[in-house]
Design a protein around this ligand. Structure first.
Ligand code: 13P
Length: 210
């Protein structure tokens, strides 16, 4: 896909997320890998009102080349791209249900949301660890996210929100949406004993759908 097409698609997907309440105010940021660098949403921008021409463009070393000032969460995105060479896009949201799970002290930090549905497993994978709290924009989060992302397509930042990667922009956005739905189901079912997918069912999904 050309850079122009990626710019337009990023803006369209961001507006769709914003329009459906996955992001409010100026929360959230999205990046996509180019042949020679990255595009990332500008800092303090609303996902509902992005301008394709003003997205920040970074070189391969994540140095700002042009466009508006990049998101202060560049470190978070860089952690994913360096840990996961196949990642083509990264989406960070403060979506309500996933962030609620990220605020619970008594969940399994290695994998807080169990395999409740096939699409959660297919889009997000086997595990999604919780990374300890860092102030938004704190570069110190990078090693912690990098270590977690080597083994996971998505992480939950404690008391902050999800960060999700995908092979493409559409994959990353779909995964972020499935994660939010799975978090909602997890919260709805808390205190009950839902039937989970078995390890064999989970492995079958990953073997069939990647
Ligand atoms: P930016 O506006 O710098 O992208 O930060 C928004 C955000 O979601 C912080 O976590």
């Amino acid at each position: 896909m050309s850079e122009d097409a990626l710019r337009r698609l990023l803006v369209e997907l961001a507006a769709s997320l914003f329009g459906r309440g996955f992001s409010v105010g100026s929360a959230g940021n999205i990046s996509v890998r180019l042949d020679d660098g990255y595009l990332i949403t500008p800092t303090n921008s609303s996902l509902g009102r992005l301008d394709p021409a003003r997205l920040a463009r970074l070189d391969r070393d994540f140095v700002h080349l042009d466009g508006d000032k990049p998101s202060k969460e560049v470190f978070m995105h860089r952690a994913f791209y360096t840990a996961r060479p196949a990642a083509g896009a990264v989406v960070h949201l403060h979506s309500t249900m996933a962030t609620a799970v990220a605020c619970l002290p008594d969940v399994d930090a290695a994998n807080p949301i169990p395999p409740l549905t096939p699409y959660f497993v297919m889009r997000v994978g086997r595990r999604m660890p919780v990374v300890p709290y860092y102030r938004p924009g704190d570069a110190a989060m990078e090693p912690a996210i990098h270590a977690a992302a080597r083994d996971a397509r998505a992480v939950l930042l404690a008391n902050h929100g999800p960060v999700v990667s995908g092979a493409s922009l559409i994959d990353a956005v779909c995964a972020a949406e499935e994660l939010e739905e799975a978090a909602k189901l997890f919260l709805l079912l808390r205190g009950q004993s839902p039937r989970l997918l078995t390890p064999a069912q989970t492995e079958d999904l990953l073997a069939t759908f990647g």
